[in-house]
Design a protein around this ligand. Structure first.
Ligand SMILES: Cc1cc2nc3c(=O)[nH]c(=O)nc-3n(C[C@H](O)[C@H](O)[C@H](O)COP(=O)(O)O)c2cc1C
Length: 204
C-alpha cells in the first residue's frame, strides 16, 4: 500500500482512502456470507449520483444468486473465471442499455431534442451507452468497496453468448461480470505495480 502524498491534500480521511482504493483489492475467493438485496440497494443509492454524459445513466444490472441462474452464465465465462463465479455469494452481469435515451425526457428534460437525435442514430447511441455504462461500472466497484465488500470484475466471457442467453431482444449489451462478497482468506495474489504520476500525467 503506497503512502499518501505529503501534506493533507485529500479531503477524504485515510480510513476511507484505504477502504476505497489503497487497501482495496480485486477478490478471487469469497466467504459464504450473503450479500442481501438491501445492501445492493444501498450501494446503488450511493453510486447512482456519479456523473454520466447528458445524465444518461445507461448501466443495467442483473443479479444472480441461484444455482439455476449461474448455470445459464457459467458456460459463457472463460475457464479460469468459472469456479469463483460458481461459488461467489452474488454475481452481477453489468450491461449497457442501448435504448437509454427513452428515459431522457425525464432525466434530461431541458434538452428535448437529444432523444430524437439519438433515435435516429443507433450506432452513436450504442457507443454512448457503452462509454457511460463503463463509467458507472467504475462507480459501482468503488461503491461495493464503500459497503465493506470486495468486487471481482471479469471481462473474460463471451458477450454474444451472454447477450443471447440473458438479453435476447438485443436492447442490453453485456460489458462485465462481477462477483461480489466478503473476500476469503486466500482472495488475493500480490498487488501488481501501478503506474506512477509521471508515467500518466503531463501538463501542456
Ligand atoms: C474491466 C476488468 C476486467 C477484468 N477481467 C478479469 C477476468 O476476466 N478474470 C480475472 O481473473 N480478473 C479480471 N480482472 C481483475 C484485474 O486483473 C484486477 O482488477 C487488477 O489486476 C487489479 O487487481 P487489484 O485490485 O487486486 O490490485 C478484471 C478487472 C477489470 C477492472
Amino acid at each position: 500500500m503506497s503512502a499518501p502524498p505529503a501534506g493533507d491534500l485529500l479531503t477524504l480521511d485515510a480510513a476511507a482512502q484505504n477502504l476505497l482504493f489503497r487497501a482495496a483489492r480485486t477478490a478471487n475467493t469469497f466467504t459464504g456470507e450473503p450479500v442481501p438485496d438491501e445492501q445492493i440497494r444501498a450501494i446503488h443509492d450511493l453510486i447512482r449520483h456519479g456523473p454520466t454524459g447528458f445524465n444518461s445513466q445507461p448501466l443495467r444490472i442483473v443479479l444472480m444468486r441461484s444455482v439455476a441462474a449461474r448455470q445459464r452464465l457459467l458456460p459463457h465465462l472463460s475457464e479460469r473465471n468459472r469456479a469463483k463465479t460458481a461459488t461467489a455469494p452474488l454475481v452481477a452481469i453489468l450491461a449497457a442499455d442501448t435504448a437509454f435515451h427513452e428515459h431522457l425526457p425525464r432525466i434530461f428534460p431541458h434538452r428535448p431534442g437529444i432523444k430524437d437525435r439519438l433515435d435516429a442514430d443507433p450506432a452513436g447511441r450504442e457507443a454512448q451507452a457503452r462509454f457511460n455504462a463503463a463509467l458507472q461500472i467504475g462507480y459501482l466497484i468503488v461503491g461495493i468497496r464503500a459497503a465493506g465488500l470486495a468486487a471481482g470484475p471479469m471481462a473474460g466471457f463471451d458477450p454474444a453468448g451472454v447477450d443471447a442467453e440473458f438479453f435476447p431482444n438485443g436492447r442490453l449489451r453485456s460489458l462485465l461480470v462481477v462477483n461480489i462478497g466478503r473476500p476469503g482468506p486466500d482472495a488475493w495474489a500480490d498487488r501488481l505495480p501501478r503506474l506512477a504520476h509521471d508515467d500518466v500525467v503531463r501538463t501542456v
